[in-house]
Design a protein around this ligand. Structure first.
Ligand code: B12
Length: 429
């Protein structure tokens, strides 16, 4: 009796799942088109570089626009490549961006051996250069107990080498395994989930490839620790961490062998966010789209670029709705400098303005407030306020919160729809 009931319920659930399945396909298609549109949309930002993470997501999708994708690849090889070389000439580390670039080239089955980076007149193949920066990072961990960049970028580096079939030095992998097992990966707040997810994919790749590691049992312990960390970070609404870490967390869980049912509520949370329009930043879409298609960056390992669908058309961009003037809201901006000195500024901004627009207005009022940003794959990163810098090189950043709650979006994406107080605090990490 019970068995019949279970079978009938399962059949009913399957039947009910049909319309959902097509809803799911529609959502995938709309996110895929949004991402494709982002690659050639010009913005007011002149430094709008092609984004390797977006390329990877387009290439991991079921539907393609092969002409647009190959045009994008060309731009990556010119503009993004140049940007990396520019950073090298400024003696900056490029681990994370180089790793994403390599993964993007892999996603288009591009021959990696034919590409070189030039620094101080020395030409080096991309993978050799990445290997060298990983050695440098490993030494930094040895002496300072953390990479110069972050464990997120260190994991991306291991992942890119592994996916490209390059043997990762056992000392390099050991540093990540050790950091996971000894709980040294923290970035404050939810980005800790993103970093664990990236570490999970990197270490799973090593395991799948049978790469020699210092201690195989410890590798398994690290993978188990990561899986537990991700499952423990599940919120009641299904998100793992927050809206923007759930995609990478699902990718990692799937890569680490979780069954799709185990990620069911997280997938549902992603779909709900997707339908609500939470994901409009191309970088955010690029991290969740592979997860929604049950893919992870590990799929790049065996990517064959043969007989691909070429049906992804771009509709004319929908004209964004012009909202009626809804009036202004009052905003307070509290700045807390590194010496704890604080100052408060008040202004009125049109409802729906971004925090970036609000800060620009404040600056234009010449009320004693100035700010600067640096471009990144996620958009403008707030790097300087009233001539005080807080940047990665100083291991500090301007942390942004609204009415006491940390923002989960950057200053350009966060929209102001009610009166509120922002606190922007120079914070060490
Ligand atoms: C590490 C990290 C940080 C570090 C970066 C320094 C370091 N040690 O590397 C610190 C702690 C400074 C940081 C700060 C913030 N972060 Co953060 N961060 C990350 C993380 C885990 C990895 C980024 C990375 O290295 N990418 C790889 C490299 C190759 O790409 P990149 O673009 O060159 O990387 C640089 C930028 O991404 C920049 N950066 C980091 N975070 C953010 C956030 C925004 C909005 C922008 C524009 C840039 C930016 O720092 C990176 C290193 O230079 C991501 C996770 C993810 N899923 O991407 C979250 C993530 C990007 N951060 C996020 C957020 C919300 C923030 C903050 C706004 C938090 C806050 N309330 O203040 C601030 C930024 C405030 C500001 N000043 O503008 C969100 C963004 C979501 C969104 N929709 O925009 C993410 C996705 C985490 C999450 N799941 O919520 N972050």
């Amino acid at each position: 009796m019970m068995v019949t009931f279970i079978i009938v319920s399962a059949l009913l659930a399957l039947a009910a799942g049909k319309p959902c399945a097509s809803d799911h396909e529609n959502l995938l298609l709309s996110l895929n088109k949004q991402l494709l549109r982002s690659v050639y949309q010009t913005t007011d930002n002149q430094d709008n570089l092609p984004n390797p993470s977006v390329h990877i997501a387009l290439r991991l999708s079921k539907h393609h626009n092969l002409a647009k994708e190959s045009e994008h690849l060309k731009r990556l090889k010119a503009e993004f490549h140049d940007d990396i070389e520019k950073s090298l000439s400024n003696n900056e580390m490029v681990v994370g961006r180089l790793a994403l670039y390599i993964l993007a080239l892999k996603s288009s089955c591009h021959e990696l051996g034919s590409l070189y980076l030039t620094r101080n007149e020395i030409r080096e193949p991309l993978l050799i250069h990445l290997k060298r920066e990983m050695e440098e990072e490993k030494q930094n961990i040895e002496f300072s107990h953390r990479p110069k960049t972050s464990y997120y970028q260190y994991s991306l580096g291991i992942l890119a080498l592994c996916v490209s079939g390059i043997r990762v030095n056992t000392h390099v992998s050991h540093k990540l395994i050790h950091a996971v097992v000894h709980k040294q990966i923290k970035h404050g707040e939810s980005s800790c989930v993103d970093s664990h997810a990236m570490a999970g994919m990197a270490l799973q790749c090593l395991k799948d490839e049978g790469t020699a590691v210092k201690d195989a049992a410890e590798l398994n312990r690290a993978l188990a620790t990561i899986k537990q960390k991700l499952l423990d970070s599940k919120r009641n609404d299904g998100h793992i961490g927050n809206e923007f870490s759930t995609g990478l967390a699902v990718q990692a869980l799937l890569a680490m062998g979780s069954q799709i049912e185990e990620c069911g509520t997280a997938m549902e949370a992603l779909r709900t966010d997707g339908r609500k329009g939470t994901y409009h930043n191309p970088m955010a879409i690029s991290q969740i789209l592979p997860a929604l298609q049950q893919h992870s960056y590990l799929h790049l390992k065996n990517k064959e670029c043969r007989s691909e669908d070429d049906s992804l058309a771009i509709d004319a961009a929908s004209v964004s709705e012009v909202l009626p003037n809804q009036g202004k809201v009052s905003v307070q901006v509290e700045i807390i400098k590194s010496n704890s000195a604080s100052s408060v500024f008040s202004l009125h901004v049109p409802m729906g303005s971004s925090l970036y627009e609000a800060l620009k207005l404040l600056q234009d009022k010449q009320s004693g407030f100035t700010f600067k940003t640096e471009e990144s794959l996620w958009g403008p990163f707030l790097s300087e306020i009233n001539e005080e810098k807080a940047r990665q090189t100083d291991r500090r950043y301007w942390h942004v919160s609204s009415d006491g709650t940390a923002l989960t979006q950057g200053i350009q994406d966060y929209k102001i729809d009610s009166a509120q107080t922002f606190t922007i605090k120079n914070t060490g990490y």
